[in-house]
Design a protein around this ligand. Structure first.
Ligand code: NAP
Length: 363
């Protein structure tokens, strides 16, 4: 798309906090050629600070480390070290994200966070731009300081709610049950110990089930004068770590509020689009949802990169003897579920005028 934000001289300078981790690397890879944003600061812990990025990071992406970032020294994770940036993408470890993100917002940054810490804060919007772009306005009620915090949801939650949203709009959804099979990259770097990976499934991802159950209701909820009113659907989640590199799979059953034929359900997915597609945002996948007809789809290795990893895929729709329908979803956890999703949130915020453009930037 042609955008008023494009051009080498008018990119918005951004910082990546937690740049050495699993999600931080995705940010580096996705932002290296972004038409609106330019990485000016890569920050991480004191262990990494001062070292060139190529040396501090254990690069595990399939694309090479961007040459433009390789020699950039890692900055300490302090607002003063990111002076000149207006926007900070956070992929900080949960143990430090809460306080550090608040510090950056107090210093005037727009922080787009991947961490769990602020997601359920009553004034922090939990954004999947195709679903609840209007929730962005909730951030005007924040009192972190001159800056704001916008939250990107849990990686499994994003795949689930994107599949549910068209059904919520068309038929209503009363109950959803999901069993996840989640990729190793979701556990960060270095992640799950090697001895636990082959020939194994780990039926515990600490805190994940509660996140999916509560975050889904907030994302699908509505913005009211007193804050977000959660959607009243009930979600039950069971989460498992499996030996897949990237891509979270969910086996979902739903109870609908009104009857629908399988053809109507598939049509709801195939015709779905949201605000990012209507605005033509650079990271918006078109279409956002692929319904796949193959009887054994979706599969992580084959389908996780659809739409550059920003689209989700859905398949195997069939009747459910307990609820109404069951199906399988797949979403890329570090792209759609983390760095790419956060970049899409930032693009929406820029489009809505939340981030000042650099002085002298052409229009
Ligand atoms: P990770 O690989 O463990 O990376 C954590 C990052 O935080 C590293 O860059 C690390 O820097 C930095 N860090 C740790 N302690 C710090 C400190 N005291 N000060 C400054 N920086 C510090 O984790 P991840 O998987 O990328 O996840 C990052 C965040 O995104 C987490 O909150 C996670 O829950 C969330 N998330 C992850 C995924 C996923 O699929 N992986 C998806 C959605 C959301 P050093 O290298 O210097 O230690």
């Amino acid at each position: 798309m042609t955008s008023s934000h494009e051009g080498p001289d008018n990119k918005i300078p951004v910082a990546v906090l937690g740049a050495t981790g699993s999600v931080g690397q995705r940010f580096a890879a996705l932002l290296a050629d972004h038409p609106w944003f330019e990485v000016k600061v890569l920050a991480a812990s004191e262990r990494s600070a001062g070292r060139p990025y190529r040396e501090a990071v254990r690069w595990v992406q399939q694309t090479p480390l961007p040459a433009s970032l390789a020699e950039m020294p890692i900055a300490p994770c302090q607002p003063g070290a990111a002076r000149g940036c207006r926007l900070a993408f956070s992929s900080l470890d949960d143990n430090v994200a809460g306080a550090l993100e608040a510090e950056f917002a107090a210093a005037g940054f727009l922080v787009v966070s991947n961490a769990k810490n602020h997601r359920m804060h009553p004034q922090v919007p939990l954004l999947v731009p195709e679903i609840n772009a209007g929730h962005l306005d909730l951030a005007t009620r924040q009192d972190f300081g001159p800056g704001k915090i916008l939250a990107n949801p849990n990686c499994s939650t994003i795949g689930l709610v994107l599949a549910l949203k068209p059904l919520v709009d068309a038929f209503g959804v009363e109950q959803a049950q999901v069993f996840t099979m989640q990729a190793l990259s979701g556990a960060g770097v270095p992640g799950v110990p090697g001895m636990q990976v082959p020939d194994n499934i780990i039926p515990l991802i600490s805190g994940e089930e509660q996140k999916i159950e509560s975050e889904s209701r907030k994302i699908l909820g509505s913005l009211a004068a007193d804050g977000i009113r959660d959607h009243d659907l009930t979600v039950s989640a069971q989460c498992n770590r499996v030996a897949v590199s990237d891509g979270h799979t969910g086996c979902v059953s739903v109870k609908l509020a009104s009857k629908a034929t399988p053809e109507e359900v598939i049509e709801a997915w195939r015709s779905f689009e949201g605000e990012p597609q209507r605005l033509g945002l650079p990271s918006a996948p078109v279409p956002p949802i692929h319904y796949l007809d193959e009887p054994d789809a979706p599969q992580p290795r084959i389908h996780r990169d659809l739409g550059g990893g920003m689209a989700i895929s859905v398949g195997r729709l069939r009747e459910c003897p307990l609820l109404d329908y069951k199906f399988v979803t797949l979403s890329h956890n570090t792209v759609r579920g983390a760095a790419g999703g956060a970049i899409l949130v930032a693009e929406l915020a820029v489009e809505r005028g939340w981030v000042e453009r650099p002085p002298g930037a052409g229009s």
